[in-house]
Design a protein around this ligand. Sequence first.
Ligand code: ADP
Ligand code: MG
Length: 634
Amino acid sequence: MSVETQKETLGFQTEVKQLLHLMIHSLYSNKEIFLRELISNASDAVDKLRFEALAKPELLEGGAELKIRVSFDKDAKTVTLEDNGIGMSREDAVTHLGTIAKSGTADFMKHLSGDQKKDSHLIGQFGVGFYSAFIVADKVDVFSRRAGLAASEGVHWSSKGEGEFEISTVEKADRGTRIVLHLKSAEDEFADGWRLRNIIKKYSDHIALPIELPKEVAAAEGEEQPAVEWETVNRASALWTRPRTEVKDEEYQEFYKHVAHDFENPLSWSHNKVEGKLEYTSLLYVPTRAPFDLYQREAPKGLKLYVQRVFVMDQAESFLPLYLRFIKGVVDSNDLSLNVSREILQKDPIIDSMKSALTKRVLDMLEKLAKNEPEQYKGFWKNFGQVMKEGPAEDFANKEKIAGLLRFASTQGDDGEQVVGLADYLARAKEGQDKIYYLTGETYAQVKNSPHLEVFRKKGIEVLLLTDRIDEWLMSYLNDFDGKSFVDVARGDLDLGNLDSEEDKKAAEEVAKSKEGLVERLKTALGDSVAEVRVSHRLTDSPAILAIGEQDLGLQMRQILEASGQKVPDSKPIFEFNPAHPLIEKLDNEQSDERFGDLSHILFDQAALAAGDSLKDPAAYVRRLNKLLVELSV
Ligand code: ADP
Ligand code: MG
């Protein structure tokens, strides 16, 4: 036993305590994955060492083949994992094994429901594989030394997985990490060579470095104990270098869990080898679930980069656009140099062409998913739709392709679910319809009942209902799809084109002519509040609506800008009235200018309310309305 100095007892971060509890209870049915997680960490540690050693070869401390060893002791009921990777300093051990560094974790933890079944799938979100050791162990000892530190600067971390851990400084001759699991008495089945071998084959075969188990050999004559011989039990070659046809789905899935630090299977993947001017292999995955920090700027994103099978970088962000930041996987290039840096990646023209090819791969994979697995694609859209909507603004070259992947709610659905693709929309469009109609707003309930939809209902024309905060901004980047232009039904002078018959148009013109006097009177009454007053052809039930000027900011954008403290250019709405509505007829016949004024202001305010806007002078609205109510009751 080596000397332990500077012994300290520290408490786990609150979130760690909660997660430990959740983990131990909810992953119990699949407890053997603890080994997968610890091996995954050991493999990461070796990758990190390899990478750091590129610049500082002395870290290798005279070499030694990089590997992971798993051993066990049936009598002591222990399983031990040892790697000669990067190792941990005392400080590393305290932070990495005692806290969760991800930003937003504390916030996210508050959303856990407390129902273990429901919450169990959230464990993968934190990448806290290490703690899975406590599913099978009631005590875990970690001995580690960071490469480059002196042998006297080893660390011993020890915990029973309850509220705290002990940490002390120890002597450790070899760099790297040794983890000793003291198995719970009910879990001693894991202290077994055959069992361990099976688990490694099942979950960790894809790990690119050798995982060794002691071989059972008979004791030589005259010796009591047999010499330990080690045997590699995994395939120990990089999975992505194998031909696609030879890799089983399960292998792809396990590899994903390792690279993505996820506990769930991926939704889909795409494995490709590119040869020719550029040579590289990519293996890209779409996760099943969105990480909780998808919208946080600092959240990790990007691919794992290898150069000729050597790991050189985690979270290489330059290979995919930001709107595809949820994609996980590896890219292994033959063209880049081993000492490539993030700065070089940002400028290298090779990266640009790889980025556009990889982007296309992802979009193709998503198209395939949408086509072949529509139910799964629904799930994808729920998780990542909002991010995909950033696409058209960021990726001009693929705008049409991205547009084809978008999904919206529409007047054809009744629950606001975003399931309608633009191709579906056009496929069932009315004959002669050469536009894609949409309406944006705050909530589904509000847009669903908007008066702007009245004429579309009457004519049976589908309208897309867009209520995500990003939608209006998105639509400012989309002009057309499949040659058909987008039309905001709340904007400008609605022209239904071929959808209105010649007679309809003629009749509308005649009505407009006959109401010229009313238009003038309204203009005078409403004065500065409106940009224009006109007869509407889009209303059947409501007396009036407010349309947005062709060039003006929509309500959603205006509210977003205002909320962020920006000055928004003042724009006035267009007041459109329904000549056939009894209230408008009444207005037209109103002799008193005062009552005409009150009634037109009330109609104006009501139209603003129906559009989801707030009133500039709510008190005046109430006053006018009450005045009319009093007159009514006399
Ligand atoms: P993740 O692997 O997603 O980062 P884990 O809970 O599995 O999360 O591991 C936490 C951290 O502990 C790792 O990121 C790493 O910094 C450190 N760690 C765990 N195992 C090892 C190891 N064998 N060698 C070096 N560092 C390790
Ligand atoms: Mg891990």
